[in-house]
Design a protein around this ligand. Structure first.
Ligand code: ZN
Length: 322
């Protein structure tokens, strides 16, 4: 489903703000000859770049070191990660196999991250803070895949875009970049048939900001309601052989599609406003497992345009993900 063209104007500012966001993909590629390993407690990192990007590579290297302590909540890398610094945007698009993705600045895989040289992000180049944020986001993806799968089956776990992007955005503290919960509520009211979570891939190009915003807020909701220990247990269950849906149900305690319906209700009914718009007939505030700012939503709200079937989208090599 495509809803772009009707609601894109409202999101254009957010899209610009997302310009430094990046992308992630499958299918490892052969790196340029890597050099200068960086050994950190959480993993080993290699860097490949052209001579004109020595300074940019130093920024990337610093960003990896800065990311390391914030990545440790999710575990450690099993395999070394090679960071390939590309001299321009076209080279990045080629390496990522994502032509026309102007907003792309990086692309993560299981054991390799493609990065457009920070020297070329803007006319004046990127700041260390911007590089730090991008690399923390990208390395979160690589770490999630390494924590959940082997190099041979990481593209087949069926990890949905909302989960991987939400986790990366949450870890990198990128909530300030995405549309707010109120923006998302308005979107769901305006386009009740659209599903930026379970059908994120179909909206990725036309409603990029909405997809990232929904992912960020859904993962934040997951963290607040179920905690990071259960999320780590999801990775362990996948590494033991389960796919995402089975692992999520086992570790979190409910099917992923049921979780997405809960989250959609929470947004649609503006539960984030402290329950002002609790569903008629729902439990009074304070009942159930409501958390500060995330009140428990009635399991049987009035009829809603919920369309989130089981997530049917994965990070397959051909899907448009970042
Ligand atoms: Zn990402």
């Amino acid at each position: 489903m495509r809803v772009g063209g009707t609601g894109t104007g409202r999101w254009s500012v957010a899209l610009v703000a997302l310009a430094l966001l990046s992308a992630c993909a499958s299918a490892p590629r052969q790196p340029m000859a890597p050099e200068a390993a960086l050994d950190l407690p959480g993993g080993e990192f290699l860097f490949a770049h052209a001579p004109q990007d020595t300074q940019a590579a130093d920024m990337v290297r610093r960003a990896v070191a800065n990311a390391s302590p914030r990545l440790s909540r999710w575990g450690t890398f099993h395999e070394p990660v090679t960071l390939v610094i590309h001299p321009n945007h076209a080279a990045l698009e080629r390496a990522a196999n994502r032509p026309g993705y102007d907003f792309l600045r990086a692309w993560a895989r299981y054991e390799q991250v493609e990065v457009q040289s920070p020297r070329t992000w803007t006319r004046a180049g990127a700041s260390q803070k911007q590089v730090d944020e991008l690399l923390l986001h990208e390395l979160t993806h690589s770490l999630m895949w390494q924590a959940s799968a082997s190099v041979s089956d990481w593209t087949r776990k069926g990890i949905p875009l909302w989960f991987s992007e939400g986790m990366a955005s949450y870890t990198a503290g990128q909530g300030y970049r995405v549309p707010s919960l109120e923006d998302l509520a308005r979107f769901l009211h305006e386009y009740p048939q659209a599903d930026p979570l379970a059908r994120a891939e179909s909206l990725y190009e036309t409603e990029n900001a909405t997809v990232y915003g929904a992912a960020h807020h859904a993962f934040t909701f997951l963290m607040a309601r179920y905690g990071e220990e259960r999320i780590r247990a999801t990775f362990t269950a996948m590494r033991e052989g389960r796919d995402f849906n089975a692992a999520f149900q086992e570790a979190i305690g409910l099917p992923a599609d049921a979780f997405l319906r809960d989250f959609r209700r929470y947004v649609y009914l503006r539960g984030f406003k402290g329950g002002r718009l609790n569903p008629p007939g729902g439990p009074p505030r304070g009942e159930g497992q409501g958390l500060p700012g995330i009140p428990m939503i009635s399991p049987t709200p009035p009829s809603l345009p919920v369309r989130s079937g089981p997530p049917d989208t994965t990070l397959e090599p051909t899907s448009a993900t970042r």
